[in-house]
Design a protein around this ligand. Structure first.
Ligand code: DX5
Ligand code: ZN
Length: 220
């Protein structure tokens, strides 16, 4: 089943708990948590304390996307009973295989992401130790950007590789998903779809989440 993961990067931080309740009401499956350090990407967002402040406010699992240098130093900070995935960037990890094992040993599912300029072959040697592959469809750092359409080809290619190798990682897309393109994104073979501004930019957030889910063809 395809899952929708709204990114709180585009939420109104002054009422984060309430905003998260809205996406839950709309039927979202995960909360995408975009952590930025101002080094790996040219923007600073928030850290583990903000994510942890949501633990009593929602039952949705956390899908943590670390856009930071030296992610190994921070993995334990993001472990909570609600943490489902912790995703690091291939471009930020010198010992990526070790980092993915570190995430699993800490108690979360291990994800790895690649930027639009990074080819899929850079992940070839770690596919067997990854629970999630996150394909960036914008250059990370900011919400509200336009999707780079070539990234959909990567999703299709990755799905083929998964079948050929008999693996079972989840395929996620992040960046520029909106009501107009979410159907195509789902058809390409995406399992988890991130939507930031498309979800939180609406006046009726639960209604928008429902619309995104229905246009993605997600049932149940
Ligand atoms: C980009 C972040 C994305 C972003 C998505 O650096 O990783 O999760 O917030 O936002 P939209 O959906 O607005 O492109
Ligand atoms: Zn993200």
């Amino acid at each position: 089943m395809i899952q929708l993961a709204p990114s709180i990067l585009s939420a109104d931080f002054s009422q984060l708990g309430q905003q998260v309740s809205c996406i839950e009401e709309g039927g979202a499956h995960l909360i995408h948590v975009d952590v930025m350090d101002g080094h790996f990407v040219p923007n600073i967002s928030f850290g583990a304390a903000v994510m942890k402040s949501l633990t009593g406010k929602t039952a949705l699992p956390f899908d943590v996307h670390l856009m930071i240098e030296h992610p190994d130093d921070y993995i334990e900070d993001f472990i909570t009973p609600q943490t489902e995935y912790i995703t690091v960037h291939q471009e930020a990890c010198v010992h990526l295989h070790r980092t993915l094992q570190h995430i699993r040993a800490a108690g979360a599912k291990a994800g790895v992401s690649i930027n639009p300029a990074t080819p899929l072959c850079m992940l070839e040697e770690v596919l067997e130790v990854a629970d999630l592959i996150l394909i960036m469809s914008v250059n990370p750092g900011f919400g509200g950007q336009k999707m780079i359409p070539a990234c959909l080809g990567k999703i299709e290619q990755l799905k083929r590789i998964r079948e050929e190798k008999g693996l079972d990682f989840q395929i996620e897309i992040d960046g520029g998903v909106n009501l107009d393109n979410i159907g195509r994104v789902a058809q390409a073979g995406t399992d988890i779809i991130v939507a930031g501004s498309a979800a939180f930019g609406a006046e009726d957030i639960p209604g928008r989440v429902r619309d995104l889910i229905s246009r993605a063809g997600i049932n149940g």
